[in-house]
Design a protein around this ligand. Structure first.
Ligand SMILES: [Zn+2]
Length: 128
């Protein structure tokens, strides 16, 4: 069986292979759209099965604490991974004086209400 990504690519290839009638062309676009939506929901289901960012941070710290022949690049990668994982833990946004504009708790970037992630630094935002 092929993956969803391959199916999407194949449909796009089919679409480009021939000058389709408007109906067929639109149907192929819809097929690509439906496959992308399917891929998205599978990605979400996979994420739900994965560990929480807090657990991953703990596990990565344990990995870094092993006495292995680490070099600077390994440490740099682990550091980067840790700070990326920390941003996966949602933080509350601080509202600013201007209505409907909010501050990122990590970098202070302004963004509109209900953004799930800061578009500047990737911090996950908790709107609860
Ligand atoms: Zn930010």
């Amino acid at each position: 069986m092929i993956t969803i990504e391959q199916a999407i690519q194949n449909i796009i290839d089919i679409k480009n292979m021939y000058t389709w009638s408007t109906g067929a062309d639109e149907a192929l676009d819809m097929a690509v759209y439906a496959l992308r939506e399917k891929a998205k929901s599978e990605e979400k289901a996979k994420r739900r099965r994965m560990m929480k960012p807090e657990e991953a941070i703990q596990a990565v710290k344990e990995v870094a604490g092993m006495s292995l022949p680490w070099n600077d690049r390994h440490y740099e990668a682990l550091q980067m991974a840790l700070s990326a994982l920390e941003k996966q833990i949602p933080k509350k946004s601080c509202s600013t004086s201007s209505l409907f504009r909010y501050n990122c708790p990590s970098c202070g970037n302004h963004f509109p209400l209900n953004g799930k992630y800061c578009d500047k630094c990737g911090q996950a935002i908790d709107w609860e």
